[in-house]
Each structure stands twice: as C-alpha cells, then as structure tokens.
Design a protein around this ligand. Sequence first.
Ligand code: SF4
Length: 283
Amino acid sequence: MEFKSGQKYLCLLAPSFVAEFEYPEIVYRLRALGFDKVMEITFGAKMTNLTYYSVIKDSIEKGEKKTWIASPCPTLVNYIKVKYPELIPNLVPVHSPLGCMGLICRKLYPGYKIVFVGPCVTKKIEAKELGTIDEVLTYKELVELFELKKIPQKIEDSKYCVSFDKFYNDYTKIYPISGGLSQTLNYKNLFKKNEILVMEGLNDLMKVFEGFKDGVYKKYKFLDVLNCKGGCINGPGMIADRSVNERRKRVLKYRDFAQRYEKDLGRSGKKMDAEGISFERKF
Ligand code: SF4
C-alpha cells in the first residue's frame, strides 16, 4: 500500500490488534506510517449489537420462530450462501462492526481513504462488497509495511504520542474472542443463556447447519458463530507466536485496562454520532 501526499488516510484497527501488538505503541506506529486518524472498530461493534437487538426484538414481537445466525464473519456468511442458501434468512441482516464503522466514517470523514487492518483475509471480500472500505491489510501485511518503512517498535517523537482518535468503546473490545458478540449483546430480553450456542470451526458448524428444521436448530434461538477456532484472535492474518489462550488473555487485560483508565477521556462513540445511518443490510 502506498501513502500518497495530499491524500488523508484513516485506519480502522480490529480489536484483536492487542493479541498481536503492544498498546499504545501500535497507535503511534500507525501514525508514523502515514495514517492521519487511527480508530478502533469497537464503536462499530456497539452499533452492530444495538441493531441486532432491535432486529431480533422485532422478529420476536411478530411471533417469528427461527434460530438466528450471527453474521460478522464473512467466511461463514459466504459458506452459508453457497452451501446452505436456505439458511440465508437466518443470518442477522445487520452490518458487521467493520461495515458499521465504514458507514460512520464515510459519512463523517469524507475524502479520507479508509483502510481496515485486522487478522482476516476474507474481510478483503467483504470490503469490496461494502464499498465503504478502500483497502484491507492483514497484520502480516502491516508488519511488512512497518519493516519496509523502517518504523521502529517504540517511537519517541512526541508528535505521534497520542492514543486512538474518536469513536471509542470499551466493552466490545472482547468481540474477537469466542462468544464476544453474545457476551456484549445485552440479550436478556431476547433469549435465555441456554438458548445461545457459541461455536467456531466449519467442520463442527456444518453439522449444526445440517441439523436445522424449518429454520430452527434444536432449542437454540441464537448461534454466536465464527469460522476461526477461538475467534478472530486466531485469524489467518495473525503472526505473533502466542497460543490462543495467551491472545485471549491479552484482549481481556486490555479491555480491563481500558475500562479502568480510558473510559472517560471524551472519545466515546455515542449513538447520536451515528444518527441517520441504517446498519441493516441484506444477504
Ligand atoms: S473468525 Fe476468522 S474468518 Fe471469521 S472474521 Fe474472524 S478472522 Fe475472519
């Protein structure tokens, strides 16, 4: 990826970043690389959750009986489209956190080139479909850029020493770990805990998808499912030599740190920041 002079660049960083890089150094390094703004995807995850809640609540109020399938993982969505098209109506028709942030940033920062950096290769396909994200880099590709541009691990220059820009959200920082979506969904008025199935991996999920009858899978009302075992912290674009458990611990530690020390710095994304934007979509 080339940074052209006269062009402004906005980086959207996936919440799994902390499983791979040091915080806050990663934010400084991204600024040194050429990004004018650096944001997390976590506010997009908040908007995904709020929209899930209203779509599912509507469906329950209409008396519909179905098992909803979470839809933030483009690998799974594409798999269902090809292999189980009869389950497309079960996919929650709402944008992923990336999709939501793309819509928000395109509206609020016109003229910026929007680049998503994360652990996922399939997000490149999702970005093409969305049209609001200009480029997708995996962590592997980001590290190659850091090496090419000789960006050090630690940056002393004070002009880079500021943290993330606006649209901060703390509790959705656990989105990239297994069950992170349902844990942050505030589902109490929608389902019981034992009506949610958390699962990853195509081989296991295939059996689940085969087991649907008339749009319903057993007693479950919501499937919180992803392709990669353990969640996006185990995505194909990750490179750090850490176990999934270590990566999970790093995400939780960062969430706790952020809730304690960064919550009230005035950068929190509010619902009104996204006013007038619809986060529903069709599959
Ligand atoms: S689970 Fe894997 S394939 Fe799915 S969005 Fe996350 S990193 Fe991508």
